[in-house]
Design a protein. Sequence first.
Length: 409
Amino acid sequence: MKQLLRYVLKDIWRYKLRNFILFIQILAAILLISFIFSISLNLNSYQNKLNEIMQGQDGEIYLSIDISSSEKFDEITNARDSIERQSELYKFMKENPSFKTYTADDCFSMWLSDSNLDSSFTRGPLYDPNDYSLLKIDEEFQSVYKLKCAKGRLFYTDDFKDKGSEIPLLLGYDFQKYYNLDDKIYDDGGQCYRVVGFLEKSSFYINPLRGEEIYWLDKAFVIPLQPDKFEEWDYHSAITNTFIITDDTGNLQAIQEKSNELNLYTFEFRSFTEDLQMRLEGYHYSILIIGFIMAVILFFAVTGFILNLVQFIKTHTQEFENHLLSGGRITPIILRILIQVFIIIFLSDIIVAVIHKLLEIIAAPIFYRLIPVTLLTILSSLLIGLVIIIYPMVMLSRIQKNSILKRTR
């Protein structure tokens, strides 16, 4: 085996420039395949989760996008009665009997300088190491997303009212090895939170305003919205992160009319289904473009690899025949070819996995997709390797037959 590896390394080094070019081509093709799998699986998962929360709803879910000009926003912010007007609009949205809403506000952070949590709980390397994901929710959110607790309880109705200095806290599933029920946690501002429950594993929410990612709550802090404590920015954040559930678009116009009456924001309403369709169309086009580029690179990579192996076999045909005529087996020759091919493929797989992991950590540490994408990428690369070796194996079988005929003469 050692001698075989020495032969393979010599073969690779002898054609190092050719092999390096092939390696770059194979790496680029596998990386593009990985991106296609990543996009496809992410969109499929997002669509499934969207369908999951849509089930049982009385209407379509709409998101409200504030398209007010910066001048208008500044005017609202600087007005003396800004809080009163925003409070009235928020109450109109939350208490209107004609439609339902839920609020999920992820615009804030939990700041914990003295926590013992490991780095995987933070928002990621692009954020402050003391910055943790915080989600503020209302009571309706718990039913829309069918939240359940692995331990403890969900928020009660009274938890959404200002009951003093202590705020109830739900923790994601992964926090269980760091905290217990009824533990008190103090953030950097001195605010006290009491742990009332741990969410079931893989609890989630989606927010089309933030993209098509699924936000897993396993490493997130979740607290109840308490409008009694709202300040100016709290109202704007809550309003723009309130989602409307209705089967009558006239209710959306009623919200805009109320906002106009209060001289507040201009909204663009878009349903989750419409938003998903727009994203699907955009990503299908992206997949087609990436797929075309990948196909071109893969064609030249596979063709070049096959021609390289054909030339290698032709150059060593006499050596292989002598080996077989002297009683040697075909297996070492086949392995000599296979190892050359799969060394390059496996090196490409490793580099792609590392790149993908780094991108995942930097982009969004609160969603997971590395394992299935990596497995599918490796399977695809193995299939590419099998395609590459088909014709060289046919050539080796011919050499073996010729050696058998020469030996029998």
